[in-house]
Design a protein. Structure first.
Length: 118
């Protein structure tokens, strides 16, 4: 069974890198460069994990996370050192990041979620 993962970032290059690196049978990926499409997708498909950049075109990442009604694990991605993590996020990853670290984070988070269910 694949893990549903969403990445919302207005930087198209980062979205493409994320998708190319993590594309496998292990992950069901969706990437969005605009907030509205990402929010709509998440509210309809309920992914396990959502990575949300803080600085987006129309809203900030916190507003986007609050607009997502699913019980997904939400992770803030930011290069802003002075951004505090809101309670709507489970974790925060600083830019620049390594894609291998993101993959390890996904695997560890899903494993912990599975343990909590057992």
């Amino acid at each position: 069974m694949s893990i549903k993962v969403v990445y919302i970032d207005d930087e198209e290059v980062l979205c493409q890198m994320f998708k190319e690196y993590l594309q496998s049978d292990e992950f069901d990926l969706a990437v969005f460069t605009d907030e509205e499409s990402g929010i709509a997708y998440c509210n309809q498909h309920h992914p396990e994990l959502i990575f949300i950049d803080y600085r987006l075109k129309k809203q900030n990442g916190t507003d986007v996370a609050k607009a997502i009604t699913s019980e997904s694990i939400k992770v803030l991605i930011t290069g802003e050192l002075d951004v505090a993590m809101d309670a709507c996020f489970t974790d925060k990853i600083d830019k620049p990041y390594r894609l291998s670290d993101i993959k390890n984070f996904i695997t560890a988070t899903v494993a912990m979620k599975s343990l909590k269910k057992s």
